[in-house]
Design a protein around this ligand. Structure first.
Ligand code: BGC
Length: 735
C-alpha cells in the first residue's frame, strides 16, 4: 500500500471530546471502483454521505500499537454520489484511553501523549480508467463532535443538542508509517440483538432492565425526548443479595453512558466503546421513568466475527446451560484480543487465560485468524531476551514473566495448528516459541528447571492459603513443568517445519530428568495433574491414582486453579477415572462448573465461588462474572465425552479419532464440529427399550474423513461416512 495521505489532527487540544474530521469532494464522472484505506490513533467510525463505511466496530482494532497498527480497506463504490462528504469520528479507544490500574505504565503514557489522529486515503477509479486519490491532509477540516467523551473503561457521553460546530483547519501530524499493516484479524461486528427479559424496581427503588444474558456490547435506546432531557444508564453483571444493582466489581471503570436528547423521537447507540453487562440501571430517562418500556431497549452483542464451528448438547439442562455460558464467555471476551473479562478496569489480553482456554475456543469457533493476529502481536512484543508479557498487547511490561502465562507463546500456536492444520502459524511463531524457551534456559537459577522466577502460580486454586490468590502448588514445580511442556512443543513445531531441534531434544531430556529428581512427590491436585499430563512423572498412572484419591477423599471436590484445571479431567479419563471426571463435571454443589449455573450464571465466572452459597459475593475487588478461563473444560467434553480428537499426524482433522465415553448419568450427548474437512458428529444415547435392565449404548458417528472409531475399547478404522455402533455393559462391568 502506497500512502500519499498524511496523518491529521486537530490544532487545538479537544480534551475528552471526540474530533470529527471531514472532507468534501465532487466526482468527475461515473466510478468503476472506489476504496477507502483508513486507520486512526484511537478508534474510528467513518461515514460517507451519511452512511456508515463498513461494519467494523472499534476499528482499527487493538494491536501492539508501537509495533503494529492495522489499517482497513473498504469498498465504498456504492456510497459515492456526485457531491460527497466523508466524515470520520475518532475516539480514544484502546490507544488513548486511561487504562486504569496500568496508568503509570510508560508504554501507556507514551500512547496517551499522542493526539487523536486520522490517516485516510480514498482511491477512485473512474469508468474511463482515470484515477483520483483523496488523501487526508491540510485540505481536511475538523470540528468538535457531539461525542463529548468516549473511553474504553469509562463509557461515552453524547450531546444531541449541539448544533453543527464550525469546522477548523487540521494540522498535519507526524504519525506512524513504519508500523502500518493491513487488517490481519477478524473485524469486530454487531452480531445479535437481545431484548429485555424484564424491567423491575429494586428494593432501593431503582429501575433496572434485565437482558437475561450477560453480553459485551452496548445498548440501543429509542425514546421521545425534549431537547436537554437526559438518558443516563449504569451497567452491572449481577444483582446483590438484597436484589439491588451492584457495580462495585467494575472497580474504577466508570462505565457510564449519557445521552442528551434533541427534540422528538430519536434512537441512539454509542459508537466508540463497549461494556460487559447483563443489567442496566436507568438513572434518568427522557419523559421520566413512566416512559421506560421494554421496547425502548436492545442490547447489541459485539464480538470478533468468528464463525461458530462447535456445538454440544446433552440430556442435562444445567450442563447445556453451562455449554452456552462458555460460548457466551468466548463471545464476550473475543473482541479482537482474547481478554480476561469485558467489564472491570482490566479487559486485557492476559496470556495465562488465553492459553488455558485456547483449545476450547478453537472448537467452539474458528479462531485461526483471530489467534494469528494476536500471536503476531505477541511476537512483536516479545523482548530480545525472549521475555513474553503477562498481557498482549503488553502494556504492563512487567519484566518478570510468569510460567503458564508466557507459555501461551508455545501452547497457542501449537493448538491452532492442531485445530486447523496449517503449519503457517508455526512458521510465523517458531522464533517466538523457541526464544521463550531460551529465555527460561538463560534466566533460571538451576539448569534443567525453572527456579528463581516470580509467578502467578496456580492462580485462584482453592487450596490457596487464606488471603492469597495463588493455590498451594509449588511455583517452581509449575514453572519447571511448563518449561518441559513448552520445550516439547518447540520440538514438535520444529519437526513439522523440518528444523533441527536436537538441542531442544537434549534440553527436554535434561528437564525431565532434573524434574523427576527434584520433585519426586506431589502435594496438590494440580501437581498430580501436571506430572501426569505432561508425562513428567516417572509413573504417570501413580500420579493419576494419587489425584483420584485426593479428589475422592475431599468429597469429590476439585481444588485446581487456572493452571491445573484445563488438564484435570483429561488426566482422570486418560488413566481410568472417567467416572470420577464425570462426577466433577456433573457436580452441582460448590466447587464445580455447574454451581454458578445453579446460581443463575449466564457466562463463566472468574471464581468458583463468585457468589457464595449464602448469596454473598466472594469479594468486590477481583470478581468477574465473565471470565472464560474455567470454560476450558469444554474441550474435554468434545474430545473425551464425545471423543472427537485431532491427531498430531493429521492436524486439522484431516483424519480423526473418535472415541466416545458415555456416562450413565446422562441419557445422551451430542457434539458436532465443523472442521476444514467437513462436519464431524458424535452422539451417544442410552437404549432403554431393547434391554431395560442392562446398560446398552447406541452411538451415531459421522466422519467426513477416514476415522478410527473406538467404542468400548475396540477400534475400527472406517472411510468417511455415517456409522452406528452399540455397546453393552456386562454384569461384571466390562463393556
Ligand atoms: C486477571 C486474570 C489474570 C490475572 C493474572 C487478573 O487480574 O483478571 O484473569 O490472569 O490477573 O494473574
Amino acid at each position: 500500500m502506497d500512502w500519499n495521505a498524511k496523518w491529521i489532527k486537530s490544532q487545538e487540544d479537544l480534551g475528552a471530546v471526540a474530533p470529527e474530521f471531514s472532507v468534501s469532494f465532487a466526482l468527475r464522472g461515473p466510478v468503476r471502483e472506489a476504496k477507502l484505506y483508513i486507520t486512526a490513533l484511537g478508534v474510528y467510525e467513518a461515514q460517507l454521505n451519511g452512511s456508515r463505511v463498513g461494519s467494523f466496530i472499534l476499528a482499527p482494532g487493538w494491536t501492539s500499537y508501537p509495533k503494529r497498527l492495522q489499517y482497513q480497506e473498504y469498498d465504498v463504490s456504492d456510497l459515492l454520489q456526485e457531491e460527497n462528504r466523508l466524515q470520520v469520528l475518532v475516539g480514544r479507544g484502546w490507544y488513548r484511553s486511561r487504562m486504569p490500574g496500568w496508568e503509570g505504565s510508560e508504554y501507556q503514557k507514551k500512547l496517551q501523549e499522542k493526539p487523536s489522529a486520522l490517516l485516510a486515503q480514498l482511491e477512485i477509479v473512474y469508468d474511463d480508467g482515470s484515477r483520483e486519490t483523496i488523501c487526508s491532509g491540510s485540505d481536511w477540516t475538523v470540528r468538535e463532535s457531539a461525542v463529548r467523551f468516549s473511553e474504553i473503561y469509562d463509557g461515552e457521553i453524547y450531546d444531541a443538542t449541539r448544533s453543527e460546530e464550525s469546522s477548523r483547519p487540521v494540522e498535519i501530524y507526524e504519525g506512524p508509517s513504519e508500523t502500518l499493516i493491513p487488517q490481519q484479524g477478524e473485524e469486530i461486528r454487531e452480531q445479535e440483538r437481545i431484548f429485555p427479559a424484564r424491567i423491575f424496581t429494586t428494593p432501593k427503588g431503582e429501575v433496572v432492565v434485565d437482558f437475561g444474558q450477560e453480553i459485551t456490547g452496548y445498548v440501543e435506546t429509542n425514546m421521545k425526548g425534549c431537547a436537554g432531557e437526559v438518558l443516563d444508564l449504569s451497567f452491572a453483571e449481577v444483582m446483590d443479595k438484597e436484589g439491588n444493582f451492584y457495580t462495585e466489581n467494575y472497580r474504577s471503570a466508570k462505565a457510564q453512558y449519557r445521552y442528551v436528547c434533541r427534540d422528538g423521537m430519536q434512537t441512539y447507540k454509542p459508537k466508540l466503546t463497549f461494556w460487559g453487562f447483563r443489567y442496566i440501571r436507568i438513572n434518568s430517562f427522557p419523559g421520566g421513568m413512566t416512559a421506560v418500556a421494554p421496547e425502548r431497549f436492545a442490547a447489541i452483542v459485539l464480538h470478533s466475527d468468528m464463525k461458530r464451528t462447535g456445538r454440544l448438547s446433552c440430556s442435562n439442562p444445567l450442563l447445556n446451560r453451562f455449554f452456552e455460558n462458555v460460548v457466551w464467555g468466548q463471545k464476550g471476551n473475543f473482541l479482537d484480543v482474547p481478554t480476561d473479562c469485558p467489564q472491570r478496569d482490566e479487559r486485557l489480553g492476559w496470556t495465562g487465560d488465553a492459553q488455558a482456554f485456547v483449545r476450547t475456543a478453537s472448537l467452539n469457533f474458528d479462531v485461526e485468524k483471530f489467534f494469528t493476529k494476536w500471536l503476531a502481536d505477541m511476537a512483536a512484543d516479545q523482548w530480545e531476551n525472549g521475555y513474553v508479557g503477562h498481557v498482549i498487547p503488553d502494556l504492563i511490561q512487567n519484566p518478570k514473566p510468569s510460567a503458564a502465562w508466557a507459555d501461551a507463546a508455545t501452547i497457542c500456536p501449537w493448538t491452532i495448528y492442531l485445530a486447523y492444520g496449517n503449519p503457517e502459524i508455526l512458521e510465523n511463531q517458531f522464533e517466538c516459541m523457541h526464544k521463550w524457551v531460551d529465555y527460561i534456559t538463560q534466566n533460571t537459577k538451576n539448569a534443567g528447571l525453572w527456579t528463581g522466577g516470580e509467578h502467578y502460580g496456580d492462580w485462584l486454586g482453592l487450596d490457596a492459603p487464606s488471603g492469597s490468590y495463588k493455590g498451594s502448588t509449588r511455583e517452581e514445580f509449575i514453572a519447571s513443568a511448563f518449561y518441559a511442556y513448552s520445550t516439547s512443543l518447540v520440538i514438535k513445531a520444529g519437526r513439522v517445519l523440518g528444523k533441527d531441534v536436537s538441542a531442544y531434544e537434549k534440553l527436554y531430556h535434561t528437564i525431565v530428568y532434573t524434574f523427576r529428581r527434584t520433585f519426586p512427590d506431589y502435594r496438590t491436585q494440580t501437581e498430580c495433574v501436571l506430572a501426569a499430563h505432561f508425562r513428567l512423572a516417572e509413573n504417570p498412572q501413580a500420579a493419576a491414582d494419587q489425584l483420584a484419591s485426593m479428589i475422592s477423599s475431599c468429597g469429590t471436590q476439585l481444588q485446581t486453579g487456572f493452571v491445573g484445571t484445563p488438564y484435570l479431567l483429561h488426566v482422570l479419563s486418560d488413566y481410568g477415572y472417567t467416572e470420577l471426571a464425570y462426577s466433577l463435571l456433573l457436580r452441582e454443589k460448590y466447587p464445580s462448573w455447574l454451581y454458578p449455573v445453579t446460581k443463575g450464571a449466564t457466562t463463566v465466572w472468574e471464581h468458583w465461588d463468585g457468589i457464595m452459597e449464602n448469596g454473598d459475593f466472594w469479594s468486590a475487588n477481583m470478581n468477574s462474572y465473565n471470565h472464560y478461563a474455567y470454560g476450558c473444560v469444554t474441550d474435554w467434553v468434545y474430545s473425551v465425552a464425545a471423543g472427537i480428537n485431532a491427531l498430531e499426524e493429521a492436524p486439522g482433522y484431516a483424519k480423526v479419532r473418535i472415541s466416545p465415553l458415555p456416562d450413565k448419568r446422562l441419557d445422551w450427548l451430542e457434539a458436532s464440529l465443523d472442521t476444514r474437512h467437513g462436519r464431524i458428529v458424535s452422539r451417544w444415547e442410552k437404549e432403554t427399550a431393547l434391554w431395560p435392565e442392562r446398560e446398552l449404548w447406541k452411538y451415531q458417528i459421522t466422519a467426513p474423513v477416514e476415522a478410527e472409531i473406538v467404542i468400548a475399547g475396540k477400534s475400527v478404522t472406517v472411510p468417511a461416512g455415517t456409522y452406528q455402533f452399540y455397546s453393552l455393559v456386562e454384569e461384571d462391568g466390562e463393556a
